[in-house]
Design a protein. Structure first.
Length: 387
């Protein structure tokens, strides 16, 4: 069913790197979500009124909030798909995150409202009405929500959309909520236990937690999150696959929306190579990164000394010292200015966040001095941007 809808309503559905195609996926997800959730809201509201059940009605209004979320998502996706302009040279992709953040606040507000209603129901319980047909309809709604969850999860994974994946998680939460509601009505019908208020309370908490999780996942790209290790490896391997590139480091990736990313990376090259040839290779990498990865990549060139055995010997020695201190520390941009009475070493080290930078440098300098007292170091501390 999912593949049928995608083929029917998304033109060029296999080209998910294009903003136009991503927008079409977002519109499809929103429209399907609106239709399913409005249908479930109407059905559950009628059932809740017939049963006089606050847990069923809270579940119904949870579906209504999901429909409103889909409307906001629809508007957000359409606005996020607008092209770049003079005032927004990186496009409008982050509007999708803002829309998802608004959705999360709506979900939390619905949860708070029914938390209050359920608490009052506990203090002042009311009789329920047990009808088997209502339970059957609620069970069917679980099937609809399960399909909606798998539908959004598949689209989210295909397009890399956090919003769709969050919507899928919210739908799975709704499955649990409706299941708890059915349990409440069954216990009353079979044993006469009226725990409707308590179930409604649990439902409201699940709804609020879902809203908080959506907000948390949405705030990450807005604030600035670490690079996904898979994305890091993909870009690193892409750049290092070109002849003349000896290694890479200091990769930074900035997201301006799910389909707009800008990155910078340092590429290590032979310091004795032909400058024009190296520059031509770097230009080609930047151009092809845009075509093949959909990333605006800026490359900084770092020359390496690859032929001097003395430089390599001292670089290996420093690497050994770093391994003794902590195997997670890495080294790059190693340069040496040699002299008979004084040797200057310049290099950068990437230190994990849980280590004390000052203590690492102090211990490293002691080891280097013990190795050769003539050496003076200029050490730059870097941090990893990889998650």
């Amino acid at each position: 069913m999912t593949d049928f809808l995608v083929r029917r309503f998304v033109k060029d559905y296999d080209q998910v790197g294009k903003a136009r195609v991503r927008t079409a996926y977002g519109v499809l997800s929103s429209v399907v979500g609106i239709c399913c959730n409005v249908f479930l809201f109407l059905v559950k509201l009628i059932i809740g009124l017939l049963l006089n059940s606050v847990s069923v009605m809270s579940d119904a209004f949870n579906n209504l909030s999901d429909a409103a979320s889909s409307v906001i998502g629809f508007v957000g996706v359409r606005m996020a798909g607008r092209p770049a302009d003079k005032d927004h040279p990186f496009g409008h992709g982050r509007i999708e995150y803002v829309a998802a953040l608004i959705v999360s606040f709506l979900v939390i507000e619905v949860g708070l409202t029914f938390f209050k209603s359920s608490f009052n129901k506990i203090l002042h319980p009311e009789a329920l009405s047990f009808q088997a047909v209502s339970l059957v309809i609620l069970a069917l709604s679980i099937g609809v929500k399960l399909w909606l969850a798998f539908f959004n999860r598949k689209l989210g994974r295909r397009t890399g959309s956090k919003v769709m994946e969050a919507t899928a998680a919210d739908s799975l939460g709704d499955v649990l909520v409706t299941g708890a509601t059915i349990l409440s009505v069954l216990l009353y019908g079979i044993f006469g236990f009226n725990i409707d208020g308590f179930i409604g309370l649990a439902v409201s908490v699940v709804v609020m937690v879902a809203g908080i999780n959506i907000a948390r996942d949405t705030l990450k790209p807005l604030i600035g999150e670490a690079i996904d290790p898979a994305v890091y490896r993909k870009i690193k391997q892409f750049v290092e696959s070109y002849d003349g590139i000896e290694g890479t480091h200091d990769l930074l990736v900035h997201s301006y929306g799910p389909s707009t990313k800008m990155a910078s990376i340092h590429a290590e090259v032979d310091g004795h190579g032909n400058l024009e040839e190296i520059h031509e290779v770097i230009d080609r990498i930047e151009r092809e990164a845009k075509e093949q990865l959909g990333i605006l990549l800026v490359i900084h060139m770092d020359p390496l000394e690859l032929t001097d055995p003395v430089v390599e010997e001292r670089r290996s020695a420093v690497l050994g010292f770093l391994e003794q201190i902590d195997g997670r520390i890495t080294l790059h941009d190693f340069r040496m200015v040699n002299g008979r009475k004084r040797i200057n070493l310049f290099f950068d080290i990437v230190v994990p966040y849980d280590l004390d930078d000052g203590k690492v440098v102090e211990e490293l300098e002691k080891k280097i001095k013990a190795y050769d007292s003539r050496i003076e170091t200029v050490i730059t501390i870097d941090k990893s941007y990889v998650g």
